[in-house]
Design a protein around this ligand. Structure first.
Ligand code: CMP
Length: 138
């Protein structure tokens, strides 16, 4: 079925000037951009977004990194969006990502890994609504 996923281009990829190149790959893979903006998270808001990882050893670093510069959150729509988008971005650690994936091409490290992709339909809806109001998700 056609459904939606949520993504963010992370601070490393935005700082490198790769918003356009990454968004082009996303559109060429068949995703429709439903919502998009450039914004900056505070450390506190990054912590809320990643609350599920609060007990992980990398949580504090992750919150610092994700608030270190602007990000580009988007809501995307496609047939089988969540699973197909995770295939497009590749493994969390770019060292393990397949050739041609967004992380293989643009990510620097397991933390500065260029892009986020939701892991379920339920989380896609929660994460999208973290950044976009109802009227922005038309
Ligand atoms: P993502 O999967 O989008 O959301 C959780 C993020 O935490 C992940 O991307 C990385 O940016 C970061 N992350 C995950 N695992 C590690 C790790 N082992 N060390 C550092 N950062 C990590």
């Amino acid at each position: 079925a056609t459904n939606r996923t949520f993504t963010m281009i992370k601070p490393d990829a935005v700082a490198d000037g790769n918003i356009g190149a990454i968004t082009k790959m996303i559109e060429e893979a068949g995703f429709e951009v439903i919502a998009l903006k450039k914004t900056l998270l505070t450390k506190e808001r990054a912590g809320q977004f990643y609350a599920v990882h609060a007990e992980r050893p990398f949580y504090a670093d992750l919150c610092n990194y994700m608030s270190s510069g602007p990000i580009v959150p988007m809501i995307l729509e496609k047939e089988n969006a969540v699973a197909d988008f995770r295939t497009l971005i590749g493994a969390t650690n770019p060292a393990n990502a397949d050739e041609g994936t967004i992380r293989k091409i643009f990510a620097k490290s397991i933390e500065a890994n260029a892009i986020h992709g939701s892991d379920s339909d339920e989380n896609a809806a929660i994460e999208g609504s973290f950044f976009f109001s109802g009227t922005e998700q038309f």
